[in-house]
Structure formats: C-alpha cells, structure tokens
Design a protein around this ligand. Structure first.
Ligand SMILES: [Zn+2]
Length: 254
C-alpha cells in the first residue's frame, strides 16, 4: 500500500517535470521565432533604406546618397579626382614668380611672416600654383626624356609618375598648396618644420601627406608640402587625426 502511494507520487512528479520541460521548450521556441522575425525585418529594412544593385548574382549594397561637400577649401585633387578641364582660379602673387589662390594668400603670407618673427629665417616657398598647362609641359618633357633613353611608353609613364603628377592631378594645379625649401625629406629636421607642425593649423594649413597616411593619400611622405583648408577644418582634422581623404569621407557620411 505504502509502495503504491510512493509509485503514484513518483509518476505524478515525472508528469509535472515533463509538463514543465514542455512548457519551457514552447516558450523558448516562441522567443526564438520572435527574434528571427525581428532580424529578418531589420535586414529587409537595411535593403529598403539603401539602393542595391544585383550584378552577376552578387548583391552590392550602395550607401544612401553621400552629402556633397561644396566648400572650395576642401576640393580634393588626387589620381582619382583630377581637376575639371574648365577649372578656373583667381590668383595673387606671392613674389615675382609664384602665385597662390587669392582667397587664401593672406593667411599664407601671415604664416610665413609669423614664422620669421619667431626666429625661423631659413624658409622660402619653392613651388606654389602650377597651371595645368605647365604641369602638362613638365609631364610631357619627362615622358619624352625617358622615351629618348629607349623606354617604351608604358615604362616612361610608370617612371614619370614617380616624380610628376599627371596634369590636373596635382594639388599645385589647385592653387592651395605650397612646397617649402628644397622639397626634400630633410625638411623635417628644420626649425621651420617644427614651427609649421605646431602652428600651421592656426593659419588653416595642414601637412597634406603624412607618413602614416600614405596608404590612404596614395602619396609618399612629403614634409615640405602644405595645403590650405581653412582654420575651421585644420583644427577639426587634427582633432580627428584625419588626412583630407578621410576627412571628406567623414563629412560626406556624417
Ligand atoms: Zn607639393
């Protein structure tokens, strides 16, 4: 009799445990299903918010339209972004042979003046604005030089590109870049370089091709090449530790 009661109780306990396990499983399944549905609608939303192209069965997501940056101080010139052929600019003289964008020359002159006042006298502008036509002459001369030495046109182009940008692909064509002194890596050991590193931002200038960003800029370290972007941007770029390519991308997507 006692044993029978024990057995009954045991069976009841097992039933209760089984019911509990079943209930928990059902609840878990409902929760998992809900989560799955949520994820699916998130993915669908991502696709409906973006344009996507299907090419050769591969779906490529295109980010929503980027903001267009209209600021003249931030025009990006590099191998992927040449200046348009009809690009025009108003220039003003730095000295008898060199010119700079009229809108930024005041800050350039002031920067050089302040640098000299602080005791840095060994500083001069080696190169500033170059017209696209002049750039073309430089480029073609170098190509012809290599061709006359027996290089093929492909070889001549590769060799030339190590030294001279194609016309329209140099920041000097924009009128907002200067090269200082001997256009040499030794410039980084000068007082002028130390001064520029600390103070150029106060005049809206940035070192355009830092060593640690060369993979992004596509240009090797050039301590002598400084680009005008305006104070509001030079401060922000330093704060964000971004080169111009990164900074423009940042402005376009934020
Ligand atoms: Zn330069």
């Amino acid at each position: 009799m006692k044993n029978n009661i024990k057995n009954k109780r045991g069976k009841n306990n097992i039933k209760i445990i089984l019911i509990l396990i079943l209930s928990i499983s059902i609840i878990l399944m409902i929760l998992l299903y809900k989560k799955f549905k949520e994820n699916k609608s998130n993915i669908e939303e991502t696709f409906s918010n973006n344009n996507y192209i299907e090419k050769n069965n591969v779906i490529e997501v295109v980010l929503p339209n980027k903001k267009k940056i209209e600021d003249w101080k931030l025009v990006l010139v590099n191998k992927e972004n040449p200046l348009p052929e009809n690009f025009t600019i108003e220039l003003e003289n730095i000295d008898s042979t060199k010119q700079f964008d009229k809108r930024a020359i005041g800050e350039l002159k002031q920067m050089i003046q302040e640098m000299k006042k602080s005791g840095v006298n060994n500083i001069w502008v080696q190169s500033a604005y170059r017209s696209t036509e002049y750039q073309k002459t430089l480029y073609d001369n170098k190509i012809n030089d290599y061709l006359s030495k027996g290089a093929t046109i492909e070889e001549a182009e590769i060799l030339t590109s190590e030294y001279i940008n194609k016309p329209g692909e140099s920041e000097h064509n924009l009128g907002l870049a200067v090269d200082f002194n001997n256009v040499d890596n030794d410039f980084e050991n000068t007082k002028a370089y130390t001064w520029l590193n600390e103070n150029a931002k106060n005049y809206g200038f940035i070192m355009r091709y830092p060593e640690e960003k060369s993979e992004i800029t596509g240009v090797e370290y050039e301590p002598w090449h400084w680009r005008y972007v305006g104070k509001e941007h030079s401060y922000k770029m330093e704060e964000l530790n971004m080169c111009l390519e990164e900074y423009i991308e940042f402005l376009e997507t934020n």
